[in-house]
Write a protein that binds this ligand. Sequence first.
Ligand SMILES: NC(=O)c1ccc[n+]([C@@H]2O[C@H](COP(=O)([O-])OP(=O)(O)OC[C@H]3O[C@@H](n4cnc5c(N)ncnc54)[C@H](OP(=O)(O)O)[C@@H]3O)[C@@H](O)[C@H]2O)c1
Length: 332
Amino acid sequence: MKNQQIIIDQLPTGKLSAQHYRLQDSDIGHPGPGEILVRTEAFLVAAGSRAGLQGSASYAGAPTTGIVMGGTGVGIVVESSDAGFAPGDKVVCSTGWQRYSMHAANALQKIPAEIDAIHYLGPLGVNGLTAYFGLLKVGQPEAGETVMVSAAAGSVGHLVGQMAKIRGCQVIGIAGQDHKCELLVDQLGFDAAVNYKQGDYRSALKEATPNGVDVYFDNTGGFVLGSALFRLNVNGRIACCGVVSQYDTDAPEPGPKGIPGLLVNKRIRMQGFLVFDYLALYAAARKEISGWLDSGQLTSMVDEVKGIESAPAAFVDLLAGGNVGTRVVLVE
Ligand SMILES: NC(=O)c1ccc[n+]([C@@H]2O[C@H](COP(=O)([O-])OP(=O)(O)OC[C@H]3O[C@@H](n4cnc5c(N)ncnc54)[C@H](OP(=O)(O)O)[C@@H]3O)[C@@H](O)[C@H]2O)c1
C-alpha cells in the first residue's frame, strides 16, 4: 500500500500555477500507540489556503516547500491504535492533499453515520461555520434588513446568503459571472445578484440595493469591498471574512477609499473574524445548520473534481472563479 501526496514544490511569486506542486508516492507506516491511519475520501479546496501560501494567514504560519499541501478532508479509519476509533469509522480531520494520513485521536472528529460526510467539508465544515458565525455573530442581521455578500456563489458565500434569507433578510449577492448570478436568484432564493465584472456594475449594484445595505459580508476585499462600502446604511456592519481578491499575487493592493471617513460618518462597524474564535459554539451551530439542511431551507452546492492529481489545477481554477459552491476533490 502506497501513499500519494501533493507536495508544495515551489512558493508562487506571482500567480499560483499547478506547476508549483508535484505528485509524490511515499510509504505508509502503521499507527503507533494512540495513532490512527485514515484513508482520505475527499478533501476541500479552499480559497483561504492561497493566503497560507502567501504568508498572509496568521493561523497558517510561514509558507514553506517540500511539505504536503494542507487542507481539511473526510475519510475512513483504516487502522487504529486508539480505543476510541475503529476501522470503518468516518472522520473529518486535517488530511492534507494526500491519500493516507496519520493522526492522534484528539485531531479526529467522528462523523455520525446518518450524515453525508461531504457536509463536513461544506455546511457542517469550516466554511459553513464561517458563514454562520460571520453572519450571525459579526454581521448580526435583523429580519427585514438587507444583507449583501461577495464571492456569493462560492463555498462560504452561497451559505451566507441562504442563512440570511432564513433569518428573514433581503439578500443581494455579488459574483463574477452571469450564470452564477442567475443561479443565486433562481435556485438559492437570493433577491438579486450583480456581476462585478459587468461594465455598469456600480449602477447595477445601486439598483439592486434601493434601501442600501445593513450587513455586508466581505469575502473579497479590494475593488468589490470599495464598491460595497458606498451602499452601506447608517449603523451598517461589515463582516470581514477574507480577501480573496488579494491572495493570488505577491503585490496586494492597499485597502479601498472611504476608510475611515465613511465608517465615521455612517457609524459603520467593520470587524474581522476567524471561525476558530467560535470553537466552543461549533456543536450548537452544527445542530442548527443540520436542521436547515434536513428541512430543505439550506441547499449545499458541491463542486466535485475527481482524482488527487487534479487538485492543483482545481485550486488554480477556483482562484479564477471556476467553482460554484464548495469545491471538493474526490480521491478515487
Ligand atoms: N475568516 C475565516 O475564518 C474564514 C474561514 C474560511 C474561509 N474564509 C474566507 O472566505 C472567503 C471565501 O472562501 P471560499 O473557500 O468559500 O472560496 P470560494 O468563494 O468558494 O472561491 C473563491 C471565489 O472568489 C471569487 N474571486 C476570485 N478572485 C476574485 C476577485 N479578484 N474579486 C472578487 N472575487 C474573486 C471567485 O468567484 P467569482 O466568480 O465571483 O469571482 C471564486 O469562485 C475567502 O476570502 C476565504 O479566505 C475565511
